[in-house]
Design a protein around this ligand. Sequence first.
Ligand SMILES: NC(=O)C1=CN([C@@H]2O[C@H](COP(=O)(O)OP(=O)(O)OC[C@H]3O[C@@H](n4cnc5c(N)ncnc54)[C@H](OP(=O)(O)O)[C@@H]3O)[C@@H](O)[C@H]2O)C=CC1
Ligand SMILES: O=C1O[C@H](COP(=O)(O)O)[C@@H](O)[C@H](O)[C@H]1O
Length: 457
Amino acid sequence: MNDQRADSMVIFGATGDLAMLQTYPALVSLVERGVLDFPIIGVGHHERSREYLRDYARKSLQRAGIDTRGQSAARLVSLLDYVAGDLDDDTTYQAISDRLGERRGTLFYLEVPPSLFGRIAEGIASVGRQRDSRVMVEKPFGTDLASARELSATMHKVFPEDAIFRVDHWLALESLENILYTRFANSILDPLLNERYVEHIEITMAEDFGVADRGAFYEQTGAIRDVLQNHLLQLLVSVLADEPRLGVRTWRSERTRAMQELRPLRAHEVVRGQYVGYRDVDGTAPDSTVETFVAVRLTSDSPRWSGVPIDIRAGKCMPVTATELTIRFRPPARDVCGIENFGQMNELRFRVRPETAMTLTLAGKRPGIAARAQTEELTFAQQPGLDPRPYDRLIGAALDGDDFYFAREDSVDAAWKVVDPVLGDAAPVHSYQPGTWGPGEADSLLPDGVTWHDPTA
Ligand SMILES: NC(=O)C1=CN([C@@H]2O[C@H](COP(=O)(O)OP(=O)(O)OC[C@H]3O[C@@H](n4cnc5c(N)ncnc54)[C@H](OP(=O)(O)O)[C@@H]3O)[C@@H](O)[C@H]2O)C=CC1
Ligand SMILES: O=C1O[C@H](COP(=O)(O)O)[C@@H](O)[C@H](O)[C@H]1O
């Protein structure tokens, strides 16, 4: 693969939900930045006109609060073309190739049902369009370790690894970049991030909504595949990974190593839950055991994190929508100030969703005659709304051939290895009421005396 900018783009699934929600708003921002000014061919299954796709894009922009009469929006819409066809049929790829004409160096964006990913790669190759091109592939990449490997092997028959851009949109979140900066733009924090100082690491990902109209998708997926294998393990390794000593470009390698050092989960390290009402959602089975909540206890084999318990929980229909990663430090070796009764005091917290923030909890003296401690929080908060949208970054980077925000094959493989043993019904599923923090059984994973962090607090 070359590192030249793409000169054309083909979107498979241009009339889908994700395109409506994310793709067109991101494309406008790229037009606005002057980095996108070439034909974009949208591909869908149904016979429709180019005008239909242009209207679809306008609706998407309106939905995102973007003025469709603005210069960039109008330009984007004018760049869109439409090809209809079944992606299981080689003539569809011939039609796309004819439309691309002399252009070489195409970014093919695969936002279609994952079962089509491999077939599309073969279709692109059948018309010789893989040369000098890249593919950007949506999640999920596989449904377990074996299928992810099989898919990688199929894709590699057509594209070298450096031409495959696997999307995990959390990798492009401002809040994940903030973790990198916080750790390595300060000299005072990273030296503390190891088993000597850290007592416990915890992540809570709470969403106050259910599976909505995605019942059929979720029924095949569940929380482990949907968010643990990808978003949450990628978030975790942002904290576990060693410094990228050879420069920030090696950050993906360090993160991958940290992923490979995580031990595969065992059934007793997993608690699964399902909210009451899930089985009434269209597309779910009346006796479904798919989890909408998962809590896990993880262990890293890295000497840096030896013996540090790592707990993660994620759920739908929780009391709030927020994701935070909390690092709890050990108490001081000698309790000179008599803080014992205070419990745990030093914490470093990264807020990942809905906005970017970081908090360091320190103890100081409570003003007054009595010798008593009190905690203070130092918070570095981003103003909500200032975070760039992840897809603006992702599509822009893929057009440039910049793989920084994408999940590499070995890291996806390592993440599947962690969750593979506990997919399906390896652990029983407990029901929980919507609006609660999930089944109480999740508490049993935590170290004695520790409670889950409440991200609303
Ligand atoms: N929706 C979301 O919020 C998210 C989605 N994703 C991933 O993005 C991908 C797409 O999801 P989503 O947009 O929700 O899916 P949708 O079902 O909404 O859209 C699917 C798209 O693929 C096209 N398509 C489906 N089958 C064929 C076929 N045989 N031949 C040609 N075109 C076909 C459809 O065309 P037509 O309209 O003509 O039927 C449509 O454009 C999936 O991998 C999903 O996991 C990832 C994160 C979030
Ligand atoms: O990929 C997914 O992610 C979202 C959470 O990501 P966010 O960017 O919306 O916070 C999750 O709700 C969804 O179930 C999952 O498919």
